[in-house]
Design a protein around this ligand. Sequence first.
Ligand SMILES: Cc1cc2nc3c(=O)[nH]c(=O)nc-3n(C[C@H](O)[C@H](O)[C@H](O)COP(=O)(O)OP(=O)(O)OC[C@H]3O[C@@H](n4cnc5c(N)ncnc54)[C@H](O)[C@@H]3O)c2cc1C
Length: 223
Amino acid sequence: MRIVEPWIMVEKIDGKKIMKKIERACRTCYRSEGKISEDSYKTLLTNCITRGHESVLEHEKVTVRIYSDIGSYKDLTRHRHASFSVESTRYCSYDKDKFGNEISFINPVYIEDKEVYKTWENTMKEIEIGYKKMKELGATTDMCREILPHSTAAEYTMTANIREWKHILALRTTKHVHPSIRQVLIPLLKYFKEEMPEIFGDIEYDEEFNPNYYAKLIIDKEA
Ligand SMILES: Cc1cc2nc3c(=O)[nH]c(=O)nc-3n(C[C@H](O)[C@H](O)[C@H](O)COP(=O)(O)OP(=O)(O)OC[C@H]3O[C@@H](n4cnc5c(N)ncnc54)[C@H](O)[C@@H]3O)c2cc1C
Protein backbone atom coordinates (compact mmCIF):
# COMPACT_ATOMS: atom_id res chain seq x y z
CA MET A 1 0.00 0.00 0.00
CA ARG A 2 1.05 3.59 -0.51
CA ILE A 3 0.30 6.56 1.72
CA VAL A 4 0.16 9.63 -0.51
CA GLU A 5 -0.32 13.37 -0.19
CA PRO A 6 -3.22 15.21 -1.87
CA TRP A 7 -2.82 17.89 -4.53
CA ILE A 8 -5.00 20.21 -6.55
CA MET A 9 -4.21 21.23 -10.11
CA VAL A 10 -5.89 24.32 -11.48
CA GLU A 11 -5.75 25.60 -15.01
CA LYS A 12 -3.67 28.76 -15.29
CA ILE A 13 -6.11 31.60 -15.29
CA ASP A 14 -5.88 35.29 -15.98
CA GLY A 15 -8.23 36.66 -13.32
CA LYS A 16 -8.39 40.13 -14.82
CA LYS A 17 -9.33 38.68 -18.22
CA ILE A 18 -12.11 36.60 -16.64
CA MET A 19 -13.48 39.61 -14.77
CA LYS A 20 -13.34 41.82 -17.87
CA LYS A 21 -15.28 39.18 -19.83
CA ILE A 22 -17.90 39.09 -17.09
CA GLU A 23 -18.06 42.88 -17.17
CA ARG A 24 -18.69 42.89 -20.93
CA ALA A 25 -21.54 40.37 -20.51
CA CYS A 26 -23.01 42.29 -17.60
CA ARG A 27 -22.96 45.64 -19.39
CA THR A 28 -25.42 44.18 -21.90
CA CYS A 29 -28.03 44.78 -19.19
CA TYR A 30 -27.47 48.52 -19.20
CA ARG A 31 -26.07 48.83 -22.76
CA SER A 32 -23.17 50.60 -21.10
CA GLU A 33 -20.39 48.89 -23.06
CA GLY A 34 -19.13 52.37 -23.89
CA LYS A 35 -18.10 52.85 -20.25
CA ILE A 36 -15.59 50.00 -20.36
CA SER A 37 -12.10 51.16 -19.38
CA GLU A 38 -8.98 49.41 -18.12
CA ASP A 39 -10.29 49.15 -14.55
CA SER A 40 -14.05 49.71 -14.88
CA TYR A 41 -14.75 46.04 -14.12
CA LYS A 42 -13.72 46.58 -10.48
CA THR A 43 -16.56 48.91 -9.50
CA LEU A 44 -19.07 47.13 -11.71
CA LEU A 45 -18.40 43.70 -10.20
CA THR A 46 -18.31 45.02 -6.64
CA ASN A 47 -21.69 46.69 -7.18
CA CYS A 48 -23.21 43.57 -8.76
CA ILE A 49 -22.07 41.32 -5.92
CA THR A 50 -23.20 43.77 -3.21
CA ARG A 51 -26.67 43.95 -4.78
CA GLY A 52 -26.99 40.19 -5.35
CA HIS A 53 -26.87 40.53 -9.16
CA GLU A 54 -24.70 37.40 -9.24
CA SER A 55 -26.00 35.57 -12.31
CA VAL A 56 -23.44 37.54 -14.36
CA LEU A 57 -20.72 35.43 -12.70
CA GLU A 58 -22.06 32.38 -14.52
CA HIS A 59 -20.55 33.46 -17.85
CA GLU A 60 -17.06 32.14 -16.95
CA LYS A 61 -15.89 28.77 -15.62
CA VAL A 62 -12.76 27.18 -14.11
CA THR A 63 -11.73 23.51 -14.16
CA VAL A 64 -9.58 21.85 -11.50
CA ARG A 65 -8.18 18.36 -11.08
CA ILE A 66 -8.08 17.08 -7.52
CA TYR A 67 -6.18 14.16 -6.00
CA SER A 68 -7.78 13.51 -2.66
CA ASP A 69 -9.78 10.87 -0.86
CA ILE A 70 -13.10 9.31 -1.79
CA GLY A 71 -14.67 11.06 1.20
CA SER A 72 -13.91 14.48 -0.30
CA TYR A 73 -15.62 13.81 -3.62
CA LYS A 74 -18.56 12.20 -1.86
CA ASP A 75 -19.17 15.62 -0.29
CA LEU A 76 -18.23 17.85 -3.22
CA THR A 77 -20.38 16.02 -5.76
CA ARG A 78 -23.40 17.27 -3.79
CA HIS A 79 -22.93 20.61 -5.55
CA ARG A 80 -25.50 20.42 -8.31
CA HIS A 81 -24.23 23.20 -10.55
CA ALA A 82 -20.71 21.76 -10.80
CA SER A 83 -19.65 19.02 -13.25
CA PHE A 84 -17.53 16.03 -12.30
CA SER A 85 -15.53 13.20 -13.84
CA VAL A 86 -14.51 10.89 -11.03
CA GLU A 87 -12.06 7.96 -10.99
CA SER A 88 -14.24 4.87 -10.92
CA THR A 89 -13.68 2.28 -8.23
CA ARG A 90 -15.70 -0.05 -10.49
CA TYR A 91 -13.33 0.20 -13.46
CA CYS A 92 -10.01 0.93 -11.72
CA SER A 93 -8.58 -2.29 -10.36
CA TYR A 94 -5.91 -1.43 -7.83
CA ASP A 95 -4.12 -4.77 -8.09
CA LYS A 96 -3.14 -3.92 -11.71
CA ASP A 97 0.32 -2.74 -12.86
CA LYS A 98 -0.98 0.70 -13.74
CA PHE A 99 -1.63 1.34 -10.04
CA GLY A 100 1.65 -0.26 -8.97
CA ASN A 101 -0.34 -3.32 -7.80
CA GLU A 102 -1.32 -1.50 -4.64
CA ILE A 103 -3.98 0.73 -3.14
CA SER A 104 -3.09 4.36 -2.44
CA PHE A 105 -4.52 6.01 0.64
CA ILE A 106 -4.51 9.74 1.32
CA ASN A 107 -2.41 10.55 4.36
CA PRO A 108 -4.81 11.78 7.07
CA VAL A 109 -2.14 14.22 8.19
CA TYR A 110 -4.53 15.92 10.58
CA ILE A 111 -4.64 12.77 12.75
CA GLU A 112 -1.85 13.84 15.06
CA ASP A 113 -2.29 11.28 17.83
CA LYS A 114 0.31 8.55 17.16
CA GLU A 115 -1.80 5.66 18.45
CA VAL A 116 -4.87 6.72 16.45
CA TYR A 117 -2.73 7.17 13.33
CA LYS A 118 -1.13 3.73 13.78
CA THR A 119 -4.56 2.12 14.11
CA TRP A 120 -5.67 3.84 10.89
CA GLU A 121 -2.50 2.68 9.10
CA ASN A 122 -2.87 -0.94 10.24
CA THR A 123 -6.51 -0.96 9.15
CA MET A 124 -5.53 0.26 5.65
CA LYS A 125 -2.95 -2.53 5.43
CA GLU A 126 -5.61 -5.09 6.32
CA ILE A 127 -7.96 -3.65 3.71
CA GLU A 128 -5.33 -3.97 1.00
CA ILE A 129 -4.64 -7.57 2.00
CA GLY A 130 -8.38 -8.29 1.81
CA TYR A 131 -8.72 -6.56 -1.60
CA LYS A 132 -5.91 -8.63 -3.11
CA LYS A 133 -7.15 -11.84 -1.51
CA MET A 134 -10.64 -11.28 -2.94
CA LYS A 135 -9.08 -10.75 -6.41
CA GLU A 136 -7.08 -13.98 -6.09
CA LEU A 137 -10.32 -15.78 -5.26
CA GLY A 138 -11.86 -14.48 -8.49
CA ALA A 139 -13.86 -11.52 -7.18
CA THR A 140 -14.74 -8.78 -9.67
CA THR A 141 -13.65 -5.17 -9.16
CA ASP A 142 -17.28 -4.39 -8.32
CA MET A 143 -17.08 -6.82 -5.42
CA CYS A 144 -13.67 -5.64 -4.22
CA ARG A 145 -14.69 -1.99 -4.04
CA GLU A 146 -17.13 -2.85 -1.26
CA ILE A 147 -14.24 -2.78 1.19
CA LEU A 148 -12.59 0.46 0.05
CA PRO A 149 -12.64 3.12 2.79
CA HIS A 150 -13.09 6.90 2.62
CA SER A 151 -9.28 7.27 2.72
CA THR A 152 -8.83 5.66 -0.72
CA ALA A 153 -7.03 8.08 -3.05
CA ALA A 154 -8.82 9.08 -6.23
CA GLU A 155 -8.53 11.72 -8.92
CA TYR A 156 -11.46 13.78 -10.08
CA THR A 157 -11.95 16.65 -12.46
CA MET A 158 -14.36 19.35 -11.38
CA THR A 159 -15.69 22.26 -13.41
CA ALA A 160 -17.86 25.07 -12.13
CA ASN A 161 -18.78 28.56 -13.18
CA ILE A 162 -17.50 31.46 -11.10
CA ARG A 163 -20.80 31.92 -9.25
CA GLU A 164 -20.83 28.28 -8.17
CA TRP A 165 -17.14 28.39 -7.17
CA LYS A 166 -17.91 31.40 -4.99
CA HIS A 167 -20.71 29.45 -3.34
CA ILE A 168 -18.69 26.23 -2.94
CA LEU A 169 -15.59 27.96 -1.59
CA ALA A 170 -17.60 29.99 0.93
CA LEU A 171 -19.30 26.83 2.20
CA ARG A 172 -16.40 24.39 2.03
CA THR A 173 -13.44 26.22 3.57
CA THR A 174 -14.83 26.85 7.07
CA LYS A 175 -13.93 25.00 10.23
CA HIS A 176 -17.16 22.98 9.96
CA VAL A 177 -15.89 21.21 6.85
CA HIS A 178 -13.96 17.94 6.78
CA PRO A 179 -10.16 18.52 6.79
CA SER A 180 -9.66 16.55 3.54
CA ILE A 181 -11.76 19.19 1.76
CA ARG A 182 -10.25 22.19 3.53
CA GLN A 183 -6.84 20.81 2.52
CA VAL A 184 -7.56 21.17 -1.18
CA LEU A 185 -10.01 24.06 -1.29
CA ILE A 186 -8.30 26.61 0.97
CA PRO A 187 -5.24 26.76 -1.38
CA LEU A 188 -7.64 27.13 -4.32
CA LEU A 189 -9.54 29.93 -2.59
CA LYS A 190 -6.28 31.75 -1.83
CA TYR A 191 -5.32 31.50 -5.52
CA PHE A 192 -8.71 32.84 -6.60
CA LYS A 193 -8.44 35.67 -4.06
CA GLU A 194 -5.13 36.72 -5.65
CA GLU A 195 -6.41 36.43 -9.21
CA MET A 196 -9.94 37.77 -8.73
CA PRO A 197 -10.01 39.88 -5.54
CA GLU A 198 -13.19 41.75 -6.57
CA ILE A 199 -15.09 38.43 -6.65
CA PHE A 200 -13.46 36.23 -4.01
CA GLY A 201 -11.89 38.81 -1.70
CA ASP A 202 -14.74 38.82 0.82
CA ILE A 203 -14.89 35.04 1.37
CA GLU A 204 -13.83 34.09 4.88
CA TYR A 205 -12.11 30.75 5.43
CA ASP A 206 -10.70 28.84 8.38
CA GLU A 207 -7.48 30.79 8.89
CA GLU A 208 -6.58 28.60 11.88
CA PHE A 209 -6.34 25.51 9.69
CA ASN A 210 -2.69 24.41 9.78
CA PRO A 211 -0.99 25.52 6.51
CA ASN A 212 1.24 22.43 6.77
CA TYR A 213 -1.89 20.44 5.94
CA TYR A 214 -2.56 22.34 2.71
CA ALA A 215 -2.51 20.24 -0.44
CA LYS A 216 0.05 21.27 -3.04
CA LEU A 217 -1.49 23.70 -5.53
CA ILE A 218 -0.23 23.03 -9.06
CA ILE A 219 -0.84 25.59 -11.78
CA ASP A 220 -1.43 23.75 -15.05
CA LYS A 221 0.12 25.99 -17.67
CA GLU A 222 -0.77 23.58 -20.49
CA ALA A 223 -4.55 23.80 -19.93
C1 LIG B 1 -20.64 21.89 6.85
C2 LIG B 1 -21.57 21.07 6.01
C3 LIG B 1 -22.18 19.95 6.55
C4 LIG B 1 -23.07 19.21 5.78
N1 LIG B 1 -23.64 18.09 6.33
C5 LIG B 1 -24.48 17.36 5.59
C6 LIG B 1 -25.11 16.18 6.15
O1 LIG B 1 -24.88 15.82 7.28
N2 LIG B 1 -25.95 15.46 5.36
C7 LIG B 1 -26.23 15.83 4.07
O2 LIG B 1 -27.03 15.16 3.42
N3 LIG B 1 -25.65 16.92 3.52
C8 LIG B 1 -24.79 17.68 4.23
N4 LIG B 1 -24.21 18.77 3.66
C9 LIG B 1 -24.47 19.06 2.25
C10 LIG B 1 -25.41 20.27 2.06
O3 LIG B 1 -26.65 20.06 2.66
C11 LIG B 1 -25.61 20.54 0.55
O4 LIG B 1 -26.25 19.43 -0.05
C12 LIG B 1 -24.33 20.78 -0.18
O5 LIG B 1 -23.48 21.60 0.54
C13 LIG B 1 -24.64 21.42 -1.55
O6 LIG B 1 -24.88 22.79 -1.34
P1 LIG B 1 -26.12 23.60 -1.90
O7 LIG B 1 -27.36 22.82 -1.84
O8 LIG B 1 -26.09 24.96 -1.25
O9 LIG B 1 -25.74 23.91 -3.30
P2 LIG B 1 -25.51 23.59 -4.83
O10 LIG B 1 -26.04 22.26 -5.23
O11 LIG B 1 -24.07 23.88 -5.05
O12 LIG B 1 -26.41 24.73 -5.42
C14 LIG B 1 -26.09 26.12 -5.27
C15 LIG B 1 -27.32 26.89 -4.87
O13 LIG B 1 -28.30 26.74 -5.89
C16 LIG B 1 -29.60 26.73 -5.29
N5 LIG B 1 -30.26 25.45 -5.56
C17 LIG B 1 -29.69 24.34 -6.11
N6 LIG B 1 -30.60 23.37 -6.26
C18 LIG B 1 -31.77 23.87 -5.76
C19 LIG B 1 -33.07 23.33 -5.62
N7 LIG B 1 -33.39 22.09 -5.97
N8 LIG B 1 -34.02 24.12 -5.10
C20 LIG B 1 -33.75 25.38 -4.72
N9 LIG B 1 -32.53 25.96 -4.80
C21 LIG B 1 -31.55 25.20 -5.33
C22 LIG B 1 -29.40 26.96 -3.79
O14 LIG B 1 -29.48 28.34 -3.53
C23 LIG B 1 -28.00 26.46 -3.58
O15 LIG B 1 -27.38 27.02 -2.43
C24 LIG B 1 -23.32 19.56 4.42
C25 LIG B 1 -22.69 20.68 3.88
C26 LIG B 1 -21.82 21.43 4.65
C27 LIG B 1 -21.12 22.62 4.04
